[in-house]
Design a protein around this ligand. Sequence first.
Ligand SMILES: NC(=O)c1ccc[n+]([C@@H]2O[C@H](COP(=O)([O-])OP(=O)(O)OC[C@H]3O[C@@H](n4cnc5c(N)ncnc54)[C@H](O)[C@@H]3O)[C@@H](O)[C@H]2O)c1
Length: 406
Amino acid sequence: MSVRVGIVGQGYVATTLALGLARIKRGEIGLNGIPLQNFLRSYRVEDVEIVCSIDVDAAKVGRSLSDVVSMYYPEFPRYQSLEGVTVSKGIHLGSTSNIPIKASGLEEEMDLENAVYSVVSTWERCGVDVLINLITTEYTEPPESFQDLRKLVKSGGTKLPATYAYLYAATIYAETVKPVAFINAIPAVAARSNVFVDAFAERGSIILGDDGASGATPLTSDIIEHLAERNRVPRGVVQFNIGGNTDFLALLDESRNKAKEKTKSSVVADVLGFEVPTYIKPTGFSEYLGDKKFVSMHIEYVGFNGAVDEIVVNARINDSPALAGLLVDLVRLAKIAIDRGFSGTIYEVNSFYMKSPGPAGSKSISRIVAYQLLIDWLLRVGELVKIPRYSIHSYLPELRKAYGLD
Ligand SMILES: NC(=O)c1ccc[n+]([C@@H]2O[C@H](COP(=O)([O-])OP(=O)(O)OC[C@H]3O[C@@H](n4cnc5c(N)ncnc54)[C@H](O)[C@@H]3O)[C@@H](O)[C@H]2O)c1
């Protein structure tokens, strides 16, 4: 059985995911960067199949996934498995404003409600199990109720963020076709809103989010945890990124950057349990860096006898592969959750993979701790074929016994 994935936003991350999966299936590369590798009982990495894709960029709509891969990765040959998927036009709602691309949406050809139904029938044709939202970062304020969202769609609301139009479409798909999982990998508020979590739960469906935790923010949270466990008290945290891909270009826009800053900054206070001055956000765009962003981090802390120490980290990190590798796990976990009758959202999954884990009010914990929660959840649902050696379960005999692992 495969996991049938629908992409929303065929940009750098989604295209890296498509190329990486094609190369894995051809045996050209291993499973590096995929945390759960082939440790899951129900689905192997090779079972993940991208079956449809939606975008609004005129340069991509109507082209095959293989064509889009050539735009980002011209050095690679064409892969047969990517020829059969054509990018369909989605709902725009101004989501690419200020970005130098020619974009248009279905709502320019029909009213918004019909545009939503058109997207639903695209997904139905492909038989998607899991959707991944990878559109340009948007600033969003969630609706007060699902009825408000429905009214906004019916009135053709131009103020509606595109992500919410897709979430609405996903609920219609869940009602009329089959339960679905929606992975919100962008900073829009989705899995942190009870309105959406309840709407998905009522339809036997899953929503995971928000904002994939792929780069420097999880590393920061782990360093903070390291200090906190030793009672070394941080006085302030500064972390910035400069990148050269379209995502960084989009983040020059103040309101988009605010959305990102919100999902990144919560992590320090959440891990420590108190506030310290922080400055954590993307700070600039420089085309020559390309997808390989420059990250810098500075943490000052007070230790024994008032000693003041500092940690400085500088890194260059390939942005898109970092998230794409996590998505290979997320789509399988989302499908497993549906298969096993879960609905709504799953904190144990979000806390490891997302910067701002849903549901509303959840803490963003360090990834070292979140990893253990994730493995524990997988053991409870009987999904692990192998205990990763970094898991606490491989150290503690009583835990091993409790799960019948010996
Ligand atoms: N490591 C990472 O790269 C990382 C980490 C966490 C989150 N994210 C988030 O993932 C998203 C994608 O990142 P990316 O680097 O691929 O960006 P990108 O700019 O390369 O791709 C975004 C794609 O979405 C399309 N799009 C925009 N509005 C759309 C709409 N209304 N409907 C359908 N398609 C639409 C664009 O045309 C483009 O193809 C961003 O929101 C980013 O914040 C990325």
